[in-house]
Design a protein around this ligand. Structure first.
Ligand code: SF4
Ligand code: MG
Length: 331
């Protein structure tokens, strides 16, 4: 099968507000050259700390933000080459589910109107068909018809996220970028919304990009995972390989941050220390070197390229970890 999404050299550089302290051409390299594919029906998890560029990447993919450079190729078409009606069509196919659904829901609209709005705006349904479609969407996300006349403030966080998901589904997208869809929710509600997203993926043959802060949040939903650091992918591979045999020290550090219930399995290395450096003046060479326990001279001088280290698993590191282990080794 051909990939549904191909991201090539994707960059977003924001100019820095000029001050007496800033140099002439300072800019924030929020996203600094991403390359990856997503296959139809697959879920790609994108993980990294705040400020790594993962949300910015998601917004460029769904065409909410214009890239500084690079291409988003969707279903074989470079989205930058489209115009007019074709752009609207592509926007329907690519939807975003936000972290905080409340901020994206108009508080003066009922749930019915909120879910009907995208269908009306895109001229997809009217009259009886519109009503039937709204009710079908509410049911699909687990909200009964009794909720249709209520307003967003009358709902819990999890229910609001269901409304946000219904709005995204209304346009029958092929791909949904979920930007930390459960991180604002109570832990007890998170699993319910994740299970809903999984069910909907199967039911509507959706392809997902699932953006999250840490590896545990994407473990059960992702087929493959990309780990981002300062605007770049430092490792990408199958979920199994990343968890069992991480090649990049940053991935390894993120795994060490995961609490392990059995103390005998706890590893002895220090957890990740130090702050995320500024994306305005990223460190020389490998941007992770100030925080990397394995850094050598070459790491400060030469940026490592993202290269295949094992079958289906690439990392950007001069001294990759776990190279001697079988990629399916259990951990
Ligand atoms: Fe650490 Fe060097 Fe690998 Fe960067 S290239 S992650 S500094 S070992
Ligand atoms: Mg974010």
């Amino acid at each position: 099968a051909a990939p549904l999404l191909q991201v090539r050299g994707l960059k977003k550089h924001f100019p820095v507000a000029k001050g007496w302290f800033s140099r002439k051409n300072d800019y924030v390299r929020a996203v600094d050259g991403l390359d990856f594919d997503v296959m139809p029906g697959e879920t790609l998890g994108i993980v990294g700390e705040s400020g790594c560029g993962k949300s910015t990447a998601g917004q460029m993919i769904v065409q909410l933000l214009e890239p500084t450079d690079g291409q988003v190729i969707f279903d074989g078409t470079d989205l930058a080459s489209l115009s007019g009606e074709q752009v609207r069509r592509a926007r329907r196919d690519l939807q975003l589910v936000f972290q905080d659904p409340y901020s994206s829901l108009n508080p003066r609209m009922t749930v019915y109107d909120l879910v009907a709005e995208p269908l009306i705006v895109h001229g997809l349904a009217s009259g009886k068909a519109l009503k039937a479609e709204v009710m079908r969407l509410l049911e699909a996300v687990g909200l009964g018809p009794q909720h249709a006349a209520r307003y967003p403030h009358e709902f819990s966080g999890g229910q609001r996220q269901r409304i946000g998901i219904a709005r995204a589904l209304a346009l029958k997208p092929k791909m949904i970028v979920c930007d930390e869809p459960v991180s604002a929710l109570d832990v007890s509600i998170q699993a319910q919304v994740l299970n809903l997203l999984k069910d909907l993926q199967e039911q509507f043959e959706l392809t997902y990009i699932f953006i999250a802060h840490g590896l545990p949040s994407v473990k059960h939903i992702s087929d493959r995972i990309a780990v981002m650091y300062l605007g770049k992918i430092v490792e990408i591979g199958s979920r199994e390989d990343l968890f069992a045999s991480p090649k990049h020290p940053y991935t390894e550090a993120l795994l060490d941050a995961v609490p392990v219930p059995d103390p005998r399995l706890r590893r002895k290395r220090e957890p990740l220390s130090g702050e995320l450096p500024s994306p305005v003046n990223p460190p020389s060479g490998c941007a992770f070197h100030p925080r990397c326990p394995y850094a050598q001279d070459i790491c400060r001088q030469q940026a490592p390229a993202l290269e295949q280290k094992a079958e289906g698993q690439s990392a950007a590191c001069h001294f990759p970890r776990h190279m001697d282990e079988a990629s399916t080794a259990s951990r």
